[in-house]
Design a protein around this ligand. Structure first.
Ligand code: NAI
Length: 345
């Protein structure tokens, strides 16, 4: 039986992983702690580790895992910016779940947008206190507005379809545009200048880190709504706050935040929040924050568990060949051209 150390376990993870694990003779050792240099010891004696977005799989952690004989890092997420893939190359193989329900994230992005611009969160609180006043709840129509979508992969394209259903004009930007696009690509600057709403759907890479900074915000229309369901560090949060305070940004919908690692997924309601920047953002009437919740649907959880277990079982039982391996060798991880009949290393 394969043994897998499962870090950062939440109650909603366990049932689906136990179910699929049993089917494939995989025993999960469920740990509440995140994986980092102080907790890596817990993986001793395991064949693989299963990690999520806020586990810190840096070079030191990878070296220790390698020393303990761990063969596989199985991400149960699509994003992999928290794993030093370059350092893992040649030592430990890394697999991820490329798609589990792109609909869950795209639909959450639209849920945040509608909530924000139609003030649903405000109305909900008011009517619970029998306050039926409409003052301050004026929104705007999405129909006819221009939405700029950055990143036209699986989630970005579903979000585009949803926006078109609302009668919006779509502009898109992607470093690697798709060839058969039935929407209009423009330069990043054109997108920033012309969009009423901007939604981020690209991965976090050295290229995209703080792509929304002071300069980018200065190019945007006054009143722009920014949605981020991808990775927090795509946005320079200080610059975002300044844009909001200057009334340049009309609203921000954030499912991710650069410094979310020790905050999101935890109940801190009885504590004093140490992050002043996040506290200030949350205090703004035109900012909505959800705590990395976009993926959280029953459909997605089921698909995540099924694919992760398949990845582990394929790696160990089929000589290391796994379609969902992240390969550093070719340097363009999203578009790896490696021969799937060969191991990555
Ligand atoms: P994908 O890999 O299908 O699409 C990403 C797109 O971004 C690709 O078209 C790629 O060419 C493009 N891209 C890469 N570098 C770029 C750059 N420098 N500028 C512009 N575009 C660039 O990924 P998918 O499944 O659509 O996911 C997108 C992101 O959503 C993930 O990277 C992940 O960070 C985030 N995500 C968030 C979740 C949440 O719960 N909030 C859940 C799942 C994913």
């Amino acid at each position: 039986m394969l043994k897998v150390a499962f870090f950062d376990t939440k109650p909603y993870d366990q049932p689906s992983f136990e179910h699929y694990g049993k089917l494939h003779d995989i025993e999960f050792k469920f740990l509440e702690t995140k994986l980092n240099k102080d907790t890596v010891e817990l993986a001793r004696g395991c064949d693989a580790v299963c990690v999520f977005v806020n586990d810190d799989v840096n070079a030191e952690v990878i070296d220790r895992l390698y020393d303990y004989g761990v063969k596989l890092i199985a991400l149960r997420s699509a994003g992999y910016n928290n794993v030093d893939i370059k350092h893992a190359f040649g030592k430990i193989h890394v697999v991820h779940v490329p798609a589990y329900s792109p609909y869950s994230v795209a639909e959450h992005a639209m849920a945040l947008l509608l909530t924000s611009i139609r003030r649903v969160h405000k109305a909900y609180n008011r009517t619970r206190e029998f306050n039926f006043s409409l003052n301050g709840l004026t929104g705007f129509d999405l129909h006819g507005k221009t939405v700029g979508v950055i990143g036209t992969g699986k989630i970005g394209r579903i979000f585009i379809d949803i926006c078109r259903g609302f009668g919006m004009k779509v502009l898109a930007y992607d470093k690697f545009p798709v060839k058969d696009a039935d929407f209009e690509y423009v330069s990043l600057d054109e997108l920033l200048e012309q969009s009423h709403i901007i939604s981020l759907h690209c991965p976090l890479t050295p290229d995209t880190m703080h792509m929304i900074d002071h300069d980018a915000i200065a190019k945007m229309k006054k009143g722009v709504v920014i949605i981020n369901t991808s990775r927090g560090a795509l946005i320079d949060a200080e610059a975002l706050l300044q844009g909001i305070k200057e009334r340049h940004i009309g609203a921000a919908c954030l499912d991710v935040y650069e410094e979310e690692a020790d905050i999101f997924f935890n109940d801190l309601s009885g504590h004093i929040l140490n992050d002043d920047l996040l506290a200030r953002l949350i205090s703004m009437p035109n900012v909505i924050v959800t705590s990395h919740q976009a993926f959280l649907t029953e459909d997605a959880l089921n698909n995540i568990a099924e694919t992760t277990v398949n990845n582990i079982q394929t790696y160990f039982k089929e000589d290391g060949l796994c379609d969902n391996e992240l390969c550093y060798r070719c340097g363009r991880i999203e578009h790896c051209q490696k021969n799937r009949q060969e191991r990555c290393f």
